[in-house]
Structure formats: structure tokens, C-alpha cells
Design a protein around this ligand. Structure first.
Ligand code: EPZ
Length: 433
């Protein structure tokens, strides 16, 4: 099992190019199930979850070509011949987002058999809202042996009001509704940029969707969708992660190829913390030479402060002079990184959904364990500012959502290496200013 070894204290200087958004690429790949024609997706991140999704679709009979060499970040998917509309437990248990195939499969083939995802480190992660929405669209749902089975000759347009805002629930049902007979109105939808990016791809495929980017989506179902070519949006969470790393390491870091309009809540919060930022259309420059002030956050659905940045922000809060309160409203168990940060010297008290962070506390390197994707990112940031060496175990968590993280950080001066991998990767050509 790979580990990351990081020696803290180096200022990060130079440019990091942001990869495509994993959470936009996953639904976009699932959308290819809706047509028998090829779908070409560009700016796909080279991360573990993309491989898992490729394996999932291939197991159904889809032809999925993941680009290599120069076309490394492109995938061509052709789901002309679907022979096995099933997402097995083996694959779903490693990636909850596999449930995104449920809606497209039953819309395209009339049936789907998807393993229930089960919980994960950050929470129970039910899919009851996906199921209720599919039933509204006329699917017959049964549950047996840990699998959800959905059947429908043809889905019918319906009026769906989400009891809770759900990102993949919105995406799953949006895809299903594009091929339903009649009109569908979905209210209280998620408005994350990844949902909007999926809707834009579906429109390119011939879907008829109004209200894109708002919490009410109106879909006029069509008989068929056709192939399309689409470039995935940049990863706002990867960008935010590196911005916080730049803010804490006393350097001067240019985050390139991001979309700052997707980072409003984070950027305005960091300005409250006293972080020096220069924001342009597709770059954020962060200068880490300022004394940081504490500030509270409460995670909310987009455009509120993203839950996927909560762990990384907690690391920043440990370096602010004063007390910050972090409230996690989206998931019931997303503070696992706190105890690891405490082992590195942080002063954090957990009270239910609130974490009280008292800074500034010097951090010292330690052997720590990653528990989930974003918790691992918060530990990497902590290691970059800690005195001495940190060894982060279970790095496969971070590989799920961060492309070549050690190369990107090493190219801007971090002392970081991966141990345990059989064939060391050569550094990818990343622009350095
Ligand atoms: C998506 O997960 C993201 N994953 C998550 O990113 C992200 O943390 C989350 O949205 C919130 O922004 C992908 O897009 C692949 P939800 P999702 O459905 O869709 C409850 C990462 O780090 N809920 O918006 O699974 C749920 O328990 C990952 O990249 C139900 O109760 O999250 C949670 O409390 C982690 N019933 C809340 O809603 C349902 O049917 C929001 O979950 C569905 C969700």
C-alpha cells in the first residue's frame, strides 16, 4: 500500500495546473449510456475513480477507450451494445458514484441492477432519493440481495421535489428524465458546477433542458440522444486544496486552469482569513506571507462553503491566531482528519457537528493515516507546513481524486515522495513559472 513521505517547511513557488473535475467526469461518463453513439470527453483527470468507472461501464458491454500518451486526458465511450445492465457490488463498494449508472441504464435499456453502495467513512450515504425519483418516473423498483433492481418499459415524465439537495441524485434523475416520455420538473435540485456541466453535455447530446444552473430543472423527454464531444470543467476542489497549501507554506503559488467563479465561497472566506489572493479569469495566485486570522465556516450545498473543502480548511484554521468554529452540515461523520491533525499538534475539540479549532499551533511531522479522499488532502497540507517528516498511509484514498499529486507539489518545491509503488512514475511536464 503506497505511502507519501513529506518533509515540511518548504515554501511553494511556481505554477500548478489544475486537472479536470472528477465529480464532473463521473456523471459525464455515465451519460454515454444514454446513446448508442460515441461520446468523447476531454480534460478527464487521471485518477483511480475514472478507472473504476471505465471498468464498470466495460463490464456492461460498453467500449471505453481511455487516452494514452498525448491524449492522456481524453476518453471515448461507445455504449452501442449493452449486454449486462448491472453495477456489481465489487465495483460499487469501491466507488459510491457508481450509482450514477442507475438512471441512465433504466432509461436506455428498460432495466438496471445496481448494488446498494453501503456506507463509507464519511457517512451512511443512502440513495433513497434516487430511488424515490425513479419510482416517480414510473420505474418498478425491487430490492434483493443488496441490489436495487429498476425496470420500466419507458419512463414517464413526472414532477419531482427533492426532500434534500443531492448532487448525484439530481444527476441520476436528470439523465433518466432526458429519455422519459413527456415533461419532467425537478425542484430543489443541486446547483453544483458539476451538475451544470452534465446538463450542458446532455444538451449537446440532444436533450431538452431548461433552468440549467438553477434549483428547478425542466426536461422535455426525447426518443433518442446522439453522441457529442465535451470538455470537462476544471476541478474546483483540487484548485481549492492547492490554494490553501499555498496560503500556509509562505510561498507564491499560481493555480492555473481553474474557474474562480466556482470558488466564490472559499475565496471570500480566505480573504476574511487575511490570505493574499490575485484572481483572474482562469488563475488564482496565492501569496503565503500574511498572518492568518480565524474565521468560522458552515458547510452547505453550492454556492455555500463546500463540504469537500472542510477538511482542508480545518488545517488552515490550525494556523490562524485565534479560534475558528467548523460546522459540517452535509455529512454526519466527516471529522476523521481532526484526530490525525491533533496528533500533529493541532488543538481541535469535536462537539457533534462542530469542531472548535484553536490556533495558531505549530505542527510537527508524524505517521498519520488517510481515511477518505478529502481528509487525506488535509493531511498533505498539514505535512507541508509541519516541522519534520510526515508519513501518510493509505494513499489510495488520495489517488481517487488527485492526479499525480506528488509530481504537482514537487514541481513547486515540496519535499514529497511516494514509497511502496512498484514503478516510480516520471514527473509529468507541468508548467512552472
Ligand atoms: C457528491 O456526493 C460528491 N460526489 C461528493 O464528493 C460531495 O461531498 C457531495 O456530493 C456533497 O457535495 C460526487 O459527485 C461523485 P449528496 P453525493 O447526495 O451525491 C444525503 C468527494 O470528495 N442523501 O449530495 O453522494 C447524503 O447522505 C465526494 O469528491 C440522502 O439522504 O452527495 C448527504 O447527507 C465525497 N439520500 C446529503 O444528502 C440520498 O438519496 C448530500 O449528499 C442522497 C443523498
Amino acid at each position: 500500500m503506497d505511502k507519501l513521505v513529506i518533509r515540511g517547511g518548504n515554501p511553494l513557488l511556481g505554477t500548478i495546473r489544475v486537472s479536470g473535475a472528477k465529480n464532473a467526469a463521473l456523471p459525464a461518463m455515465a451519460a454515454a449510456l444514454l446513446t448508442e453513439e460515441p461520446v468523447i470527453l476531454e480534460n478527464i483527470p487521471q485518477v483511480r475513480d475514472i478507472i473504476t468507472e471505465r471498468n464498470l461501464l466495460a463490464a456492461m458491454g460498453a467500449e471505453v477507450e481511455l487516452g494514452y500518451g498525448r491524449a492522456q486526458h481524453r476518453t471515448t465511450l461507445c455504449c452501442r451494445h449493452l449486454v449486462n445492465p448491472e453495477a456489481s457490488y465489487e465495483l460499487v463498494k469501491t466507488m459510491r458514484a457508481s450509482t450514477l449508472v442507475l438512471g441512465p441504464l433504466v432509461a436506455r435499456t428498460g432495466e438496471a441492477r445496481v448494488s446498494l453502495p453501503g456506507g463509507c467513512a464519511i457517512g451512511a450515504r443512502p440513495i433513497d432519493l434516487h430511488i424515490k425519483g425513479l419510482e416517480k418516473l414510473g420505474a418498478e423498483i425491487t430490492q434483493e440481495h443488496g441490489y436495487i433492481k429498476a425496470q420500466a418499459k419507458r419512463l414517464k415524465g413526472a414532477h419531482i421535489v427533492f426532500e434534500k439537495i443531492t448532487v448525484t441524485g439530481t444527476e441520476d434523475l436528470l439523465m433518466a428524465a432526458t429519455l422519459a416520455d413527456g415533461d419532467t420538473v425537478m425542484e430543489n435540485c443541486a446547483r453544483e458546477p458539476e451538475v451544470t456541466d452534465l446538463a450542458n453535455l446532455l444538451v449537446k447530446m440532444g436533450a431538452r433542458i431548461d433552468g440549467i444552473g438553477t434549483s428547478t430543472l425542466k426536461i422535455h423527454g426525447v426518443e433518442k440522444l446522439h453522441g457529442a464531444k465535451h470538455r470537462i470543467i476544471p476541478d474546483r476542489i483540487e484548485a481549492g486544496t492547492f490554494i490553501i497549501a499555498g496560503a500556509l507554506t509562505g510561498g507564491d503559488l499560481m493555480i492555473q486552469g481553474c474557474d474562480p467563479s466556482h470558488l466564490g465561497a472559499l475565496l471570500s472566506k480566505l480573504e476574511e482569513n487575511g490570505v493574499k489572493l490575485r484572481v483572474n479569469s482562469d488563475t488564482v495566485r496565492v501569496m503565503g506571507d500574511s498572518q492568518l486570522k480565524p474565521s468560522d465556516i458552515t458547510t452547505e450545498e453550492y454556492p455555500g462553503f463546500p463540504t469537500d473543502m472542510q477538511a482542508q480548511y480545518m488545517t488552515l484554521a490550525t494556523q490562524c491566531e485565534g479560534t475558528s468554529v467548523v460546522v459540517e452540515n452535509i455529512f454526519e461523520n466527516r471529522f476523521m482528519h481532526a484526530q490525525e491533525l491533533v496528533r500533529m499538534g493541532a488543538n481541535i475539540k469535536i462537539e457533534g457537528r462542530r469542531a472548535i479549532v484553536r490556533g495558531r499551533t505549530p505542527l510537527s511531522g508524524a505517521a498519520v493515516q488517510a481515511s477518505d479522499l478529502r481528509a487525506s488532502a488535509s493531511l498533505v497540507i498539514a505535512a507541508l507546513v509541519a516541522e519534520g517528516e510526515t508519513i501518510i498511509d493509505r494513499v489510495y484514498h488520495i489517488d481517487r481524486g488527485y492526479e499525480h499529486i506528488e509530481e504537482k507539489l514537487r514541481n513547486v518545491g515540496a519535499e514529497i515522495k511516494r514509497i511502496g509503488e512498484l514503478f516510480p512514475r516520471k514527473a509529468s511536464p507541468v508548467a512552472v513559472s
